[in-house]
Design a protein around this ligand. Structure first.
Ligand SMILES: NC(=O)c1ccc[n+]([C@@H]2O[C@H](COP(=O)([O-])OP(=O)(O)OC[C@H]3O[C@@H](n4cnc5c(N)ncnc54)[C@H](OP(=O)(O)O)[C@@H]3O)[C@@H](O)[C@H]2O)c1
Length: 238
C-alpha cells in the first residue's frame, strides 16, 4: 500500500496506461504464460494497444513496454507484437536481434524515456514485476515528462495514470499476481499530522468513460467458454 504524501504542485507527465487481465484474486499468470485462453479478450488487447488505424511509420505507432519474461512468453511467430513499437525491459540484458521495431531498456524509466513523443499511446503490458514498478509512486523527473501528454496535479504519483483491467470473474490457478492497486491509498493531509485522510489513489471510471477513451463501443460484460469477464478502466483519483 502506498503512503506517499499528497502532491504539492502541478506538473505534466507522459500519459501511460497499464493493460492487464486479472482474476478477482489478482492472478495474472501461471508457469510463465496466461492461465486462460480467451480469444475475444486477446482481440480487445490487440485493438486497444494497436489503435484502429496504425501508421506504417514506427515513430507514429503506439508503444508497448514489457518485462523480459513476458517477452519470452510470446510465441516466436507473434513476436514482436505487430503494428506497435515493442520495448523489452531487462536488467541482465536480452537479445532482440532480428526483431523489427523492438529495442531494450535496463529500467522502466529508461524504457519510457526511450519512446519518442510522437508515439500516440504508451502501454505497459506486464508482467507482474513491471506492473509493480508502474504502481510505485515516484517524483516527476525530466526523463518521464513529455509535451504530448495528459496533465496531472501529482508531483509524486505512479508512473502510470490509467489501468485497463479485464476482470476475469472465474478463479484460475496462478503463480503471478497483480498488485491490489484498487486498494492503494495515500495521505491527503499535512505530512506532520496524524490524520486519517487516506485517499484512494485509483478511481474506477464508468463504462462511458472507457468507451470515450477507446473511441469505440465496447460491451462491459463478456463471456467466452463459460468464463465471464468485464472490461474496466481505472484512472488516477486526482
Ligand atoms: N494477465 C495478463 O494480463 C498478463 C500480462 C503480461 C504477463 N502476464 C504473465 O505474467 C507472468 C510474467 O510476469 P513476471 O513478473 O514473472 O515477469 P515480467 O515482469 O514480465 O518480467 C520480469 C523481468 O523483467 C525485467 N524487469 C522487471 N522489472 C524490472 C525493472 N524494474 N527494471 C529492469 N528490469 C526489470 C527482469 O528481466 P531480467 O531477468 O532479464 O533482468 C525481470 O526478470 C507470465 O506468467 C505472463 O504470462 C500476464
Amino acid at each position: 500500500m502506498s503512503s506517499a504524501q499528497a502532491p504539492a504542485q502541478a506538473t505534466t507527465r507522459r500519459s501511460i496506461t497499464a493493460i492487464v487481465a486479472a482474476t478477482t484474486a489478482n492472478g495474472i499468470g501461471i508457469n510463465g504464460g496466461l492461465p486462460w485462453r480467451l480469444p475475444g479478450e486477446m482481440k480487445y488487447f490487440a485493438r486497444v494497444t494497436t489503435g484502429d488505424s496504425p501508421s506504417e511509420e514506427i515513430s507514429a505507432q503506439n508503444a508497448l513496454i514489457m518485462g523480459r519474461r513476458t517477452w519470452d512468453s510470446i510465441p516466436a511467430k507473434f513476436r514482436p507484437l505487430k503494428g506497435r513499437r515493442n520495448v523489452v525491459v531487462s536488467r541482465q540484458g536480452v537479445d532482440v536481434t532480428g526483431a523489427p521495431n523492438t529495442h531494450t531498456a535496463t529500467s522502466l524509466p529508461a524504457a519510457i524515456s526511450s519512446i519518442p513523443a510522437t508515439a500516440p499511446r504508451v502501454f505497459i503490458i506486464g508482467g507482474s514485476q513491471l506492473y509493480t514498478a508502474s504502481f510505485a509512486r515516484t517524483p516527476a523527473s525530466s526523463s518521464e515528462t513529455s509535451s504530448s501528454t495528459s496533465t496531472s496535479s501529482s508531483e509524486s504519483r505512479p508512473l502510470i495514470d490509467r489501468v485497463l483491467l479485464t476482470r476475469v470473474l472465474s478463479e484460475f490457478e496462478c503463480d503471478s499476481y497483480l498488485d491490489d492497486f484498487t486498494s492503494h491509498t495515500y495521505s491527503s493531509g499535512p505530512s506532520d499530522s496524524n490524520n486519517d485522510n487516506q485517499k484512494a489513489v485509483w478511481r474506477k471510471a464508468s463504462i462511458e468513460e472507457l468507451r470515450a477513451w477507446l473511441g469505440w463501443d465496447v460491451q462491459e460484460e463478456n463471456e467466452e467458454k463459460g468464463i465471464k469477464y468485464q472490461y474496466e478502466m481505472w484512472v488516477l483519483n486526482d
